[in-house]
Design a binder for this molecule. Structure first.
Ligand code: PRP
Length: 209
Protein backbone atom coordinates (compact mmCIF):
# COMPACT_ATOMS: atom_id res chain seq x y z
CA UNK A 1 0.00 0.00 0.00
CA UNK A 2 1.38 3.46 -0.95
CA UNK A 3 2.16 5.77 1.96
CA UNK A 4 0.20 8.98 1.62
CA UNK A 5 1.00 12.33 3.20
CA UNK A 6 -1.92 14.66 3.86
CA UNK A 7 -1.42 18.35 4.68
CA UNK A 8 -4.07 19.76 6.98
CA UNK A 9 -4.58 23.41 7.94
CA UNK A 10 -3.94 23.92 11.66
CA UNK A 11 -6.93 24.97 13.74
CA UNK A 12 -10.64 24.46 13.26
CA UNK A 13 -10.27 22.99 9.78
CA UNK A 14 -7.84 20.30 11.02
CA UNK A 15 -10.38 19.16 13.60
CA UNK A 16 -13.12 19.00 10.97
CA UNK A 17 -10.78 17.12 8.62
CA UNK A 18 -9.92 14.51 11.27
CA UNK A 19 -13.61 14.09 12.08
CA UNK A 20 -14.27 13.41 8.39
CA UNK A 21 -11.33 11.01 7.95
CA UNK A 22 -12.36 9.12 11.10
CA UNK A 23 -16.08 8.98 10.35
CA UNK A 24 -15.52 7.39 6.94
CA UNK A 25 -13.01 4.88 8.33
CA UNK A 26 -9.95 6.25 6.52
CA UNK A 27 -8.04 6.79 9.76
CA UNK A 28 -8.25 6.18 13.50
CA UNK A 29 -9.43 8.95 15.78
CA UNK A 30 -6.38 11.20 15.88
CA UNK A 31 -8.08 14.31 17.28
CA UNK A 32 -6.35 13.92 20.64
CA UNK A 33 -2.93 14.02 18.98
CA UNK A 34 -3.39 17.46 17.42
CA UNK A 35 -2.08 19.55 20.38
CA UNK A 36 1.36 20.83 19.22
CA UNK A 37 2.45 17.93 17.03
CA UNK A 38 3.26 18.78 13.44
CA UNK A 39 3.40 15.22 12.13
CA UNK A 40 0.88 12.54 13.08
CA UNK A 41 1.19 8.98 11.80
CA UNK A 42 -1.65 6.56 11.36
CA UNK A 43 0.40 3.39 10.98
CA UNK A 44 -2.59 1.13 10.36
CA UNK A 45 -3.75 3.02 7.29
CA UNK A 46 -0.31 4.18 6.05
CA UNK A 47 -1.34 7.81 6.33
CA UNK A 48 0.90 10.63 7.54
CA UNK A 49 -0.79 13.89 8.47
CA UNK A 50 1.19 17.10 8.59
CA UNK A 51 -0.25 20.21 10.23
CA UNK A 52 0.69 23.45 8.51
CA UNK A 53 -0.48 27.06 8.34
CA UNK A 54 -3.67 27.19 6.22
CA UNK A 55 -2.06 29.38 3.57
CA UNK A 56 0.89 26.96 3.27
CA UNK A 57 -1.20 23.86 2.42
CA UNK A 58 -1.16 24.46 -1.39
CA UNK A 59 2.61 25.03 -1.29
CA UNK A 60 3.27 21.64 0.37
CA UNK A 61 0.96 19.95 -2.14
CA UNK A 62 2.30 21.72 -5.22
CA UNK A 63 5.88 20.74 -4.34
CA UNK A 64 4.92 17.15 -3.52
CA UNK A 65 5.87 17.34 0.17
CA UNK A 66 2.25 16.27 0.65
CA UNK A 67 0.26 14.12 -1.79
CA UNK A 68 -3.08 15.49 -0.67
CA UNK A 69 -4.20 18.63 1.15
CA UNK A 70 -7.25 20.21 2.70
CA UNK A 71 -7.54 23.87 1.95
CA UNK A 72 -10.14 26.67 1.80
CA UNK A 73 -11.32 27.75 -1.65
CA UNK A 74 -10.40 31.30 -0.60
CA UNK A 75 -6.75 30.32 -0.16
CA UNK A 76 -6.75 28.35 -3.43
CA UNK A 77 -8.06 31.31 -5.39
CA UNK A 78 -5.61 33.69 -3.74
CA UNK A 79 -2.52 31.56 -4.33
CA UNK A 80 -3.43 29.90 -7.63
CA UNK A 81 -1.02 26.98 -7.08
CA UNK A 82 -0.44 24.21 -9.59
CA UNK A 83 -2.40 21.27 -8.13
CA UNK A 84 -5.71 19.49 -8.73
CA UNK A 85 -8.81 20.59 -6.82
CA UNK A 86 -10.81 17.37 -6.67
CA UNK A 87 -13.57 17.63 -4.07
CA UNK A 88 -15.70 20.11 -2.13
CA UNK A 89 -15.57 18.84 1.47
CA UNK A 90 -18.55 21.07 2.42
CA UNK A 91 -17.20 22.23 5.78
CA UNK A 92 -15.38 25.46 6.63
CA UNK A 93 -18.11 27.39 4.87
CA UNK A 94 -17.63 31.15 4.74
CA UNK A 95 -17.99 34.13 2.41
CA UNK A 96 -15.47 36.48 0.88
CA UNK A 97 -16.91 39.96 1.21
CA UNK A 98 -16.26 43.65 0.91
CA UNK A 99 -17.05 45.24 4.28
CA UNK A 100 -16.74 48.62 5.90
CA UNK A 101 -18.18 50.89 8.58
CA UNK A 102 -21.99 50.71 8.95
CA UNK A 103 -22.39 54.47 8.89
CA UNK A 104 -20.69 54.92 5.54
CA UNK A 105 -22.31 52.05 3.66
CA UNK A 106 -24.03 54.19 1.03
CA UNK A 107 -21.25 56.69 0.45
CA UNK A 108 -19.68 56.30 -2.96
CA UNK A 109 -15.92 56.39 -2.69
CA UNK A 110 -13.61 56.48 -5.65
CA UNK A 111 -9.97 55.51 -5.27
CA UNK A 112 -10.77 53.50 -2.16
CA UNK A 113 -8.09 51.96 -0.01
CA UNK A 114 -8.80 48.25 0.50
CA UNK A 115 -7.13 46.37 3.37
CA UNK A 116 -6.97 42.60 2.96
CA UNK A 117 -5.16 39.30 3.59
CA UNK A 118 -6.21 38.39 0.03
CA UNK A 119 -4.58 40.96 -2.32
CA UNK A 120 -4.90 38.86 -5.49
CA UNK A 121 -8.62 38.25 -4.93
CA UNK A 122 -9.24 41.92 -4.09
CA UNK A 123 -7.22 43.08 -7.10
CA UNK A 124 -9.12 40.81 -9.49
CA UNK A 125 -12.49 41.79 -8.01
CA UNK A 126 -11.92 45.54 -8.47
CA UNK A 127 -10.22 45.06 -11.84
CA UNK A 128 -13.37 43.31 -13.14
CA UNK A 129 -15.52 46.13 -11.75
CA UNK A 130 -13.27 48.65 -13.45
CA UNK A 131 -12.60 50.44 -10.16
CA UNK A 132 -9.25 51.90 -9.36
CA UNK A 133 -8.35 51.05 -5.76
CA UNK A 134 -5.27 50.88 -3.58
CA UNK A 135 -4.76 47.43 -2.09
CA UNK A 136 -3.11 47.32 1.33
CA UNK A 137 -1.87 43.84 2.30
CA UNK A 138 -2.29 42.85 5.96
CA UNK A 139 -1.64 39.54 7.72
CA UNK A 140 -4.51 39.54 10.20
CA UNK A 141 -7.02 41.54 12.27
CA UNK A 142 -8.06 43.21 9.01
CA UNK A 143 -11.23 44.62 10.63
CA UNK A 144 -9.06 47.13 12.42
CA UNK A 145 -8.03 48.92 9.22
CA UNK A 146 -11.21 50.99 8.58
CA UNK A 147 -11.53 51.73 12.30
CA UNK A 148 -8.14 53.43 12.52
CA UNK A 149 -8.25 55.02 9.06
CA UNK A 150 -5.80 52.73 7.30
CA UNK A 151 -8.42 51.89 4.65
CA UNK A 152 -12.00 52.70 3.68
CA UNK A 153 -13.05 49.07 3.22
CA UNK A 154 -11.77 45.52 3.74
CA UNK A 155 -11.94 42.39 1.60
CA UNK A 156 -12.08 39.49 4.04
CA UNK A 157 -13.66 36.21 5.05
CA UNK A 158 -16.85 36.22 7.12
CA UNK A 159 -17.94 33.08 8.88
CA UNK A 160 -20.34 33.91 11.73
CA UNK A 161 -20.23 37.69 11.23
CA UNK A 162 -19.24 38.21 14.87
CA UNK A 163 -15.94 39.98 14.17
CA UNK A 164 -17.61 42.47 11.79
CA UNK A 165 -20.47 43.13 14.22
CA UNK A 166 -18.25 43.60 17.24
CA UNK A 167 -16.23 46.17 15.34
CA UNK A 168 -19.13 48.20 13.93
CA UNK A 169 -18.61 46.96 10.36
CA UNK A 170 -21.11 45.59 7.88
CA UNK A 171 -21.07 43.67 4.57
CA UNK A 172 -21.19 45.93 1.49
CA UNK A 173 -20.88 43.23 -1.20
CA UNK A 174 -20.40 39.46 -1.41
CA UNK A 175 -17.62 38.26 -3.71
CA UNK A 176 -17.95 34.44 -3.50
CA UNK A 177 -18.73 31.54 -1.14
CA UNK A 178 -15.90 29.38 0.10
CA UNK A 179 -15.56 25.95 1.72
CA UNK A 180 -12.83 23.40 2.33
CA UNK A 181 -11.53 21.61 -0.76
CA UNK A 182 -9.46 18.46 -1.23
CA UNK A 183 -6.43 19.14 -3.40
CA UNK A 184 -3.98 16.64 -4.92
CA UNK A 185 -0.40 16.87 -6.14
CA UNK A 186 -0.29 16.37 -9.91
CA UNK A 187 2.45 13.71 -9.87
CA UNK A 188 0.86 11.78 -6.95
CA UNK A 189 -2.35 11.57 -8.95
CA UNK A 190 -0.38 9.46 -11.46
CA UNK A 191 2.24 7.64 -9.38
CA UNK A 192 -0.06 6.80 -6.45
CA UNK A 193 -3.21 6.75 -8.53
CA UNK A 194 -4.98 3.75 -6.93
CA UNK A 195 -4.56 4.93 -3.36
CA UNK A 196 -5.27 8.59 -4.09
CA UNK A 197 -8.41 7.76 -6.07
CA UNK A 198 -9.60 5.40 -3.34
CA UNK A 199 -9.25 8.18 -0.75
CA UNK A 200 -11.11 10.66 -2.98
CA UNK A 201 -13.85 8.08 -3.58
CA UNK A 202 -14.34 7.33 0.13
CA UNK A 203 -14.36 11.01 1.07
CA UNK A 204 -16.77 11.84 -1.76
CA UNK A 205 -19.20 9.18 -0.53
CA UNK A 206 -18.94 10.56 3.00
CA UNK A 207 -19.61 14.20 2.04
CA UNK A 208 -22.43 13.27 -0.37
CA UNK A 209 -24.35 11.31 2.28
C1 PRP B 1 -10.90 35.29 10.07
C2 PRP B 1 -11.34 36.44 9.18
C3 PRP B 1 -12.14 37.30 10.11
C4 PRP B 1 -12.80 36.28 11.03
C5 PRP B 1 -14.20 36.04 10.56
O1 PRP B 1 -9.80 35.70 10.80
O2 PRP B 1 -10.24 37.12 8.61
O3 PRP B 1 -11.35 38.19 10.84
O4 PRP B 1 -12.04 35.07 10.91
O5 PRP B 1 -14.89 35.14 11.39
P1 PRP B 1 -16.32 35.49 12.02
O6 PRP B 1 -17.21 36.01 10.91
O7 PRP B 1 -16.81 34.16 12.54
O8 PRP B 1 -16.14 36.50 13.11
P2 PRP B 1 -8.92 34.69 11.66
O9 PRP B 1 -9.72 34.13 12.79
O10 PRP B 1 -8.33 33.68 10.76
O11 PRP B 1 -7.80 35.63 12.32
P3 PRP B 1 -6.79 36.71 11.70
O12 PRP B 1 -7.56 37.98 11.53
O13 PRP B 1 -5.71 36.85 12.70
O14 PRP B 1 -6.29 36.17 10.38
Amino acid sequence: MDNITIALPKGRMAEKSFELFTSCGLSQNLLNDISRKLVIYDMGSHLKFILVKPTDVPTYVEHGAADIGVCGKDVLLELNRDCYEVLDLKFGKCKMVVAGPKARKDNFLSNKRVATKFPAIAEEFYRKKGENVEIIKLNGSVELAPIVGLSEVIVDIVETGTTLRENGLTIYEEIFSSSARLIVNKASMKTKSDRVKEIIYILKNAVDN
